[in-house]
Write a protein that binds this ligand. Structure first.
Ligand SMILES: [Zn+2]
Ligand SMILES: [Zn+2]
Length: 398
């Protein structure tokens, strides 16, 4: 399979330049107008039918070849983060306060490199849908595109996506069947008591003491309520109350991030957090209001499509550069919503270590351009095999 890697590597300069151009011009969720225009213009130039405006700034490029009935979706994300860049690189962000700190510039460039190769040399039979989505970073761009009829207008038999991962050797692929990334829910808990003089607490109902107790009680949800063999996170990331040492405030507010790798555990976390908030508050004579906001779902990779993706990865890179069943992550990803509708698999590609190899969402992070050839070769091979007219080359996918 090295001829494919060599072929993509030979023309990689164009896509390194494109990646760095996107990097210089980061755009936040649902504001990816320049990036979307660039993607749409390239796809159209290579012969794709292009639809814009799904989920705001989302773009879908479709290429139909032959009479095959199979339909494949491949998704890349386009948004950046509100982080001031500190890499000092020549292609660093030109927009103060914004940067591509999660490598979505690289994900977009990898899929575009594959798009060009597939348009010019791709041997496949069926429908290829390339999905460029806005707002992966908390905005739920995948859900918005689906709300605009993504899978009704562009039906897919399977969908695949890729994310880079610092700390994993560059170009190494990590797959996982089953739950691979956590659900991510948010809760705001407001405790309302009765304010008063700090010297006379007997006349007040102190929400600060209730909040302190609640923070500790919440630690027992994971340690005492969740099955020890399951994963869960309850983090109180913000706690606000009061302004002066001699004033008991009337209110305290807690902000929580709650994560799970299983739907039943996710439901249990919601139930226990709400029950503890109410019962703890009552025991201190204050009132609790819980504003529970569901975020991204658990990302579950289907068995058949993951087996197929593993086969593609091993065929491309050799078994020594592929982890067949990596550990799950407590981070979250809105590709989970697409996988709730259509089977598929999400793969991680190692971003390596060394300069620029620090973790995503860090101001010193940069996408590793050596991954453009590997990542695009994976997409080309996956598309050609999934949409193959020859059943024998389809591997584990019927
Ligand atoms: Zn991110
Ligand atoms: Zn990301």
């Amino acid at each position: 399979m090295t001829y494919l890697l060599d072929a993509l590597h030979a023309r990689i300069g164009e896509f390194v330049d494109l990646r760095r151009d996107i990097h210089r011009h980061p755009e936040l969720a649902f504001d990816e107008h320049r990036t979307a225009a660039l993607v749409a213009e390239r796809l159209a130039a290579w012969g794709y039918r292009v639809e814009r405006g799904l989920g705001g700034t989302g773009v879908v490029g479709t290429l139909v070849r032959g009479a095959g009935s199979r339909r494949l979706g491949i998704r890349a994300d386009m948004d950046a983060l509100p982080i001031p860049e500190a890499t000092g690189l020549a292609w660093a962000s030109q927009r103060p306060g914004l940067m591509h700190a999660c490598g979505h510039d690289g994900h977009t460039a990898m899929l575009l490199a594959a798009a060009r190769h597939l348009a010019e040399q791709g041997r496949f039979d069926g429908t290829l849908n390339l999905i460029f989505q806005p707002a992966e970073e908390g905005g739920g761009g995948a859900l918005r595109m689906m709300g605009d009829g993504l899978f009704e207008r562009f039906p897919c038999d399977a969908v695949f996506a890729m994310h880079n991962m610092p700390g994993v050797p560059q170009g190494h692929l990590v797959l996982r069947e089953g739950a691979a990334m956590a659900s991510s829910d948010y809760a705001t808990i407001r405790l309302t008591g009765r304010g008063g003089h700090g010297a006379m607490p007997q006349h007040a109902a102190d929400p600060v003491v209730a909040a302190a107790s609640l923070v500790m009680a919440l630690q027992t949800v994971v340690s005492r309520n969740v099955d020890p063999l399951q994963a869960a996170v309850v983090t109180v990331g913000a706690l606000h109350a009061g302004q002066a040492n001699n004033v008991i405030p009337a209110q305290a507010t807690l902000e929580l991030s709650v994560r799970a790798l299983d739907r039943d555990v996710r439901a249990l976390l919601e139930q226990r957090v709400k029950a503890l908030a109410e019962s703890q508050a009552a025991s201190f004579g204050v009132r609790a209001e819980v504003d529970w906001r569901p975020g991204y779902a658990v990302l579950v990779n289907s068995a058949r499509e993951t087996a197929f993706a593993r086969d593609v990865a091993v065929g491309l890179l050799g078994a020594e550069r592929v982890t067949l069943q990596g550990p799950p992550l407590t981070g979250s990803e809105d590709f989970a919503f697409m996988l709730e509708r259509v089977p598929g698999s999400y793969v991680l590609i190692g971003n390596g270590d060394g300069p620029g190899g620090c973790m995503v969402h860090n101001p010193g992070y940069d996408f590793n351009d050596d991954n453009i050839a590997v990542g695009s070769a994976y997409w080309v091979r996956l598309a050609e095999r999934f949409l193959s007219a020859d059943d024998l080359t389809r591997g584990a996918c019927p």
